[in-house]
Design a protein around this ligand. Sequence first.
Ligand code: NDP
Length: 450
Amino acid sequence: MNANEYVESVIQKVEEKNAGQKEFLQAVNEVLHTLTPVIEKEPKYMKHKILERITEPERQVMFRVTWEDDNGEIQVNRGYRIEFNSAIGPYKGGLRLHPSVNIGIIKFLGFEQVFKNALTTLPMGGGKGGSDFDPHGKSDAEVRRFLENFMMELYRHIGPNTDVPAGDIGVGGREIGYMFGTYKKITDRFEGILTGKGLNWGGSLIRPEATGYGATYYLMEMLKSKGTDLNGKKVALSGSGNVAQFAAEKVAELGGTVVTLSDSKGAVYLPSGLTKEMWNGVYETKAIKHGRLSEWAEKFGVDFFPGKNAWQVADKVDVAFPSATQNEITLDDAKMLVDKGTIAVVEGANMPSTLDAIKFFMDNGVLFGPAKAANAGGVAVSGLEMSQNSLRLQWTREEVDKRLHDIMVSIYNTGEYYAKKYGHEGDLLLGSNIGGLVKVADAMIDQGIY
Ligand code: NDP
């Protein structure tokens, strides 16, 4: 069997075994198709059945979460934790709270996380979890009661050297706090079982900023490769949550103009850019009050376009910076972005571009920064939070930011290096996938057959 036949046969088996898990199958297709060149040159990966093993999670936990709402009514949700791969370190990856969450979404995120964590240079395996609980419109007490019940099951599966979850969509500082408190009450142990903790109780400076800042540092490397930078560039950001907020802050700081933001209900267009005062308002509305972008738009006298996405509302876009959710750039969106002058796409969200959109970008010479590389800054600083917890120290803001910056440059260089080594210069998707694979696969081979 040649490398191509091997890859196709594994994809077929994964499709048979995981029918209906469309996001997971999309992620497997995206990754495996880029691995053919390394499988061809390194037959050991086929011999050790690395692709069959790396696409099968080590452990999948699914559980019932029962809680009582403010009206005294009992509610039932489903919780997940997928421990995907621990070859290079404890499982690490966020928890997502969103009504769309299902096993296929958590598996796609966990699978991507394995490669992403390997690229950070830090010793972290890959995992992901969450629930179909919808935090929108819930009171603070309801969120807390849900999370207490969620942690009553999750606590037995995690540990500072086993599995260390973090935030993702719907999980920020408030949610991490409630889960950490519950874990401590159940186990009587104060230990680093979650990252994204509050600064007074084991959190790292720059963790909230890390994904957005990191993706912007990565974007700077992409632009540098073409002899340019962010000065004067119009940047269309989607989302208005954690990643979008800090991407917006860093883009503006480095000379770019943030022309759009969005949420699940619609988008805003800011032809003159997002000012510092407007940014403060977004942070307050979304991160502190857990409100809607439309409320912010009303307060700042900005037009809100219900049902539109960020790509549709802007006139001209130099850089597209998707930072909301998966599959938010379809082929039609990609065509529209190229028409609007887009020269670079940097993925702040996980798998925001569909496979045909990615192909269209690449075929049209658009610089493409894949999620698992570009948004790895969040998990990288989570890794630094774990190091600080082990040392019982807290590094300064400057120290963490410098380490984040160095890691993002290294991730960029890894992608560039492997793309060139395997004959696809400039293809950061292929280069990053191979870079992540090589590290994890070699560790799996070293550790025997399990
Ligand atoms: P948040 O919950 O803070 O923000 C999510 C944003 O995306 C909100 O504006 C939300 O709108 C919007 N959104 C969510 N779902 C949809 C949808 N189906 N359609 C349109 N908009 C939607 O999450 P994060 O900022 O943390 O995460 C954003 C993305 O970045 C995700 O893909 C996540 O996996 C990825 N990521 C996050 C990391 C982190 O450190 N937080 C690390 C690496 C990747 P609304 O408020 O209306 O729901």
